[in-house]
Design a protein. Structure first.
Length: 267
């Protein structure tokens, strides 16, 4: 039941396309943020992230491809991790969500409001790198560049995916996404007439969320595939861990965590 039941398909997610309207993108990421904060599917990743931070001797997190930042922020809010700073970044920053997170972050949360490419992170952004529900966006060549950029800069990195290439687990939940969007929308803050229009009158948000949810699962790397990407790197020695941990319900979080390790032989 838990094996990858289909081969990986790159496909495309609508909200990550450069031409996709920023308003719609922000509405989709707002829904995802609400889901992650309420259901906390990444709570199970806290021990793995803590191990990575300890291994890298870092207390700063640079969150890449943040969306609205909910997964990493929920770990802080629930005191599952305690970094000194968390910096939110994205190739298409949700500036409104970033500013709200910074305002509520008690001095711990910062953000970069200009685009940050996870394959070429500015050297000035120092800290342990995290990607939640984001690594599947990258085809293998770019995915390897994300890992290589972290390695080249001597930064630890953790990848967590609450998606899985398993049709038995995900077909029904994905089909229920439009219903979930409709139910959750009145609870999402801040209130927005745009949110109501593009959810109930013209159902862009439910349709995009369902399509992108389906594609996310079909694009997700397995633990073995993640480890193959990591093992293909050349350069300084890193310690890597990959696998899956149980999340909410029958779902699992796929992960790859790595940090500089002078004891391990370089590739």
């Amino acid at each position: 039941m838990y094996r990858s039941t289909v081969r990986r398909l790159q496909l495309f997610e609508l909200h990550e396309m450069p031409w996709f309207p920023a308003l719609w993108r922000d509405l989709v990421t707002d829904f995802l943020s609400f889901f992650f904060r309420v259901f906390k599917p990444y709570a199970c990743s806290a021990p793995l992230l803590a191990e990575g931070l300890d291994g890298a001797a870092s207390d700063r997190i640079v969150d890449l491809c943040s969306g609205a930042g909910a997964p990493v922020l929920s770990l802080i809010d629930n005191r599952r991790i305690a970094p000194s700073t968390v910096t939110l970044t994205d190739l298409f920053p949700n500036v409104t969500a970033f500013r709200a997170a910074v305002a509520a972050g008690g001095g711990v949360v910062a953000s970069v409001e200009t685009p940050v490419d996870a394959t070429d992170v500015p050297p000035a952004l120092k800290g342990f790198r995290t990607l939640f529900t984001a690594f599947h966006h990258f085809p293998p060549g770019q995915a390897e560049r994300v890992l290589a950029n972290a390695q080249r800069n001597g930064e630890g990195i953790a990848i967590f995916e609450f998606t899985e290439r398993n049709l038995w687990l995900w077909t029904v939940p994905v089909l229920l996404i439009p219903l979930m969007v409709a139910v959750c929308t009145p609870l999402i803050r801040p209130f927005s007439w745009h949110r109501l229009l593009w959810t109930y009158v013209i159902p862009v948000v439910p349709v995009v969320a369902m399509w992108d949810g389906l594609v996310s699962n079909l694009r997700t790397y397995s633990p073995a595939e993640l480890r193959t990407l990591a093992d293909a790197l050349h350069g300084s020695a890193y310690r890597w861990r990959s696998g899956r941990v149980r999340s909410i319900g029958l779902s699992r979080v796929t992960y790859l965590v790595g940090w500089p390790d002078p004891v391990s032989p370089p590739h």
